[in-house]
Each structure stands twice: as C-alpha cells, then as structure tokens.
Design a protein around this ligand. Structure first.
Ligand code: AHR
Length: 492
C-alpha cells in the first residue's frame, strides 16, 4: 500500500491555465494537412480548418497556442502570409525538409484557428533574420484599433477589429537556429526589440517573452535576466526528452526496451530540477517585478517513423508518452508560482502530438487523453500533495513509482492526478485528504503496456476508462494499474 497525501490547507498558488498550452509550427504536417486543409478540400472544414481536429482540440480546452515556430519563426516574414492567397509569396522552409511554403496559412488563418479553438494567440517573432521595424509592424497590424498604416492594411485584408494579441516571443532559440547568438548579444537585441513592441490602447495587455535557455544552460538565463530582465515579462525554457542523447539515434517511439522506457521517464523527471533552478535565477534578478517562466517547448523527441520525411518529425505516441506528459504537467502544476505557461511540442503530427492524421483520418494519442484527464487543473488552486514513493526501474535507471499533483477548482471539487510509472506492477494507493471533506469520488484511468499506442486501424486501443475507488475514513483507496495515469475528482 502506498500513501498519497493531499493538503487542502496549503497551496503554491493558482495553476495558470496556460500551462496546458500547445505549440504549432510550420513543420511537416502540423499546419498543412494536420490543422489546415484549405476551403476547397474534400476533408470537412470550416474556413479551411479541419472540423474533426478542431472539435477534438476544443474538448481539451486549449488555452493558448504558440505559432509560427520554433526555428521557422526566425525565417518567417509575416507580410508574406497576408493578403489575397494567389498573390502570397512562395518560400522554402529551410529548417524543415526544404519544402515549399506557399504562405496560404498566415496571420488571419492562425487567428481564425485561435477563434475556433477559443484560445489565446502566442506569436513568436522573427529576431534572427527580421528587423525591429518588421516585428513592431506585426504588433501594430494585430493590435491597433485606430487609423494607422498597419491597421489600415489589416482592414484592407478583411479584418476590421484588432485581435489584441497578448503574448509575443522575442525570437526563438536565439542561441541556435534563431541566430547562434551569445547571451550577452541576445540580451541587448531583446531590449531593443522589446522597446518597440507597443500597446495601442490603455487597457491592452502585452506579455513580452525573452528567448530562453536550452535545458540546463543556466548562464543563458542569468545573463538574459541580468541585462534584459527589466524589459520582459517572462523568459522561456526549452527541454526535450530523448531516450538517447545522440541526435542521429534518439531511439524509436514504438520499439523500445524496458531500460529505454525508464531512461525516458528519468529524463522527463529532470524537468523538476530545471524548472526549480531557472525559477531561482528569475527570482534572483527580477527585482520588484515578477518575471515568469514559460516552458514553450517540451515533450518527447524520437527518431521519425520509418519511411517518413526526416525533416517532418513525425513520431508515434504510446503510454510512455502519456507518462512523460503526466509527470511534466504535475511538475508544472506544482511550480505554478513561477511557471505561467507551457506549450507541448507539438499539437498535430509533429513530435509528442495530441493528434495524428492521415488524409481524412484522425487518431487521438495517449498524450491527448492525459490532457483530457488534467484539464480541470486549469486556473484551479494548486494543493500541496506528495506520495510515499518507492524507486522502480531497470538497473541504474530508477524513478519514483508514483507521481502526483492536485488542485481545487472554484466549485470546491478537488482534482488529483497520479501516475504509476511501474511498467509491470499495480499500486494500491491510500489517499489521505487533509483540510477537506471527501464527498463522492469519481476516477478515470489511462493504462496499457508501455508501448501501447493508437493507430488508424485501432484508434481506441488506449483510452480513459472508469476506475473503482473505495471510500475510507481519511479519503479513499484505489488500485492504479501498471503504467497508468489516473484522475480522481473529489466532490466537496
Ligand atoms: O519543435 C521542433 C524544434 O525544436 C523547434 O522548431 C525548435 O525551436 C526546437 O529546436
């Protein structure tokens, strides 16, 4: 029997709904084919956006969507993607497969997607190969309500009202594909760009996000905060989970050993230490303001599926990915005092996707189902929770068997999300609630073999199902199957 404690008297704060954010890049089949098929497509769509995919994404309540990259962002010139489609410039996507980009999906189409999803937009601006003027014009195009050259251009292109886009990323991976910069140089550029990102109405909100560190590059965060911390509202962090550190042989998404399963989970759990350490640096240099941490790229990264374009980063998704998602989201929830947004990479058909598509067919991945189980954490009050975990693993690859986070919604209901990382044995969990009375408990669980996946012929192989719970004097008991992610809703 394992103990799981939830203390409703102690909280780190509110879980920002944007922790459940997503990322969509002009990469492979994420935008074209995955989200956008064009109005003339035989695939059912509304204004060119796939109805099946949008409906599925609405069900997980996506709060915010980052676009257009990634590496693509620092080659993207937004004016190529506005105006009549037949007049839009055709470019080469030099980062991802060298394919032709016809710019048929641009600012207006992205804002239509955000509108259909009911989410906020997060634009990643071009610092690597763009100009300050170009970036500041994009903000004016999106956010200026009155008369101005950019607002007039927007109106000419069919949009009367400003969109009031709040989140603006000042470049992406400036240390790499975004310009190969040193942190000192980027910090100066960041100040310059931030100066010209203006608001256009007294009540307009703007969140300026500095391009952040790769993994444990603490010097990057320190230097950017020291020199440019006063010009931004948040700093980003990118961390990907690869079974092997060799980028040529990262490991297969479907065909992996037990040791690779545990290595992957051990590496995913490293997010805790990264968030902790980067947050400490932000606190150290933020002065009297609050500078948030935005983990705007995270997730698993494997070798592409055999036979697919290596530049398209298409990979399958298993229960192993579900566990990576579960522990990562638990970590973000429990660090809600600093983590104000996170964006899993990526939404459709790329890396750790929610959804895979093939022509008109669509399949929901195990990762999608984790986002379903966790969605009520959005904007809820985080509650302190911990488990009496034992170590489990293979050889030196040891991880805690149980991992948890909890929150209380405005209606008083408590959501406890717990993962059993043991791939072979179930765990009986004795849940103890402090400071709250346990009403009726309903639970759902996602479980299966570590390599269990959904595919186009078996779309329902991995799906949440009901889990039995037994009320006790202190809370309730439940048996978590091996390799499982569970969500318990405790009524007030
Ligand atoms: O998500 C894929 C790529 O990973 C992004 O374009 C880049 O920012 C990161 O290196």
């Amino acid at each position: 029997m394992s103990y799981l404690f939830v203390n409703a008297n102690r909280s780190a704060g509110t879980i920002n709904k944007n922790i459940y954010g997503q990322f969509s890049e002009h990469l492979g089949r994420c935008i074209y084919g995955g989200l956008y098929v064009g109005e003339d497509s035989p695939i059912p769509n509304k204004n060119g956006l796939r109805t099946d995919v949008v409906d599925a994404l609405k069900a997980i309540r996506v709060p915010v969507l980052r676009w257009p990259g990634g590496c693509f962002a620092d080659t993207y010139h937004w004016q190529d993607g506005i105006g009549p489609k037949e007049q839009r410039k055709t470019i080469v996507n030099t980062n991802w497969g060298g394919v032709t980009e016809d710019n048929s999906f641009g600012t207006h189409e992205f804002m239509e997607l955000c509108g259909q999803l009911g989410c906020e937009a997060y634009f990643s601006g071009n610092v690597g190969s763009g100009t300050v003027q170009e970036f500041s014009d994009w903000v004016e195009y999106c956010n200026m309500g009155g008369v101005s050259p950019m607002a007039d251009l927007r109106r000419k292109n069919g949009r009367e009202q400003p969109w009031n886009v709040k989140f603006w990323g000042i470049g992406n991976e400036a240390w790499g594909c975004g310009g190969s910069m040193r942190p000192e140089y980027y910090a100066d550029l960041c100040r310059q760009y931030a100066t010209y990102l203006r608001t256009y109405a007294p009540d307009q909100k703007m969140v300026k996000i500095a391009s952040g560190a790769n993994s444990d590059d603490y010097n990057w965060t320190k230097t950017v905060m020291e020199r440019a911390g006063g010009w931004v509202d948040a700093v980003s962090l990118h961390y990907y989970t690869l079974p092997h550190d060799d980028w040529q042989h990262k490991g297969s998404a479907l065909d992996f050993t037990r040791a690779e399963y545990y290595t992957t989970l051990r590496k995913a759990l490293r997010m805790d230490e990264l968030v902790e350490n980067h947050s400490r640096i932000l606190r150290q240099y933020q002065g009297s303001r609050t500078v948030g941490l935005i983990v705007d790229e995270w997730g698993t990264w494997y070798d592409v599926e055999p036979g697919t374009n290596p530049g398209f980063l298409y990979q399958q998704n298993t229960m192993r990915d579900a566990l990576v998602a579960a522990v990562s989201l638990n970590i973000f929830n429990n660090h809600c005092d600093t983590v104000c947004m996170a964006n899993i990479a990526q939404m459709v058909n790329v890396l750790q996707a929610m959804i895979l598509t093939e022509g008109e067919r669509m399949v929901l991945t195990p990762t999608y189902h984790v986002f379903t189980l966790y969605k009520d954490h959005q904007n809820a009050r985080q509650l302190e929770s911990y488990v009496g975990a034992a170590l489990v693993g293979e050889g030196e690859e040891q991880v805690p068997d149980l991992h948890v986070s909890a929150s209380q919604g405005a209606d008083g209901a408590i959501l406890i999300t717990a993962a059993n990382l043991d791939d072979a044995a179930s765990r009986t969990v004795h849940v103890v609630l402090e400071g709250a009375k346990a009403g009726a408990v309903t639970a759902r669980v996602l479980s299966g073999a570590a390599n269990a996946a959904n595919d186009f012929d078996h779309p329902g192989r991995v799906a949440p199902r009901a889990l039995a719970v037994t009320p006790t004097a202190e809370g309730f008991d439940a048996v978590l199957p091996a390799c499982a992610v569970a969500a318990f809703r405790v009524e007030p």
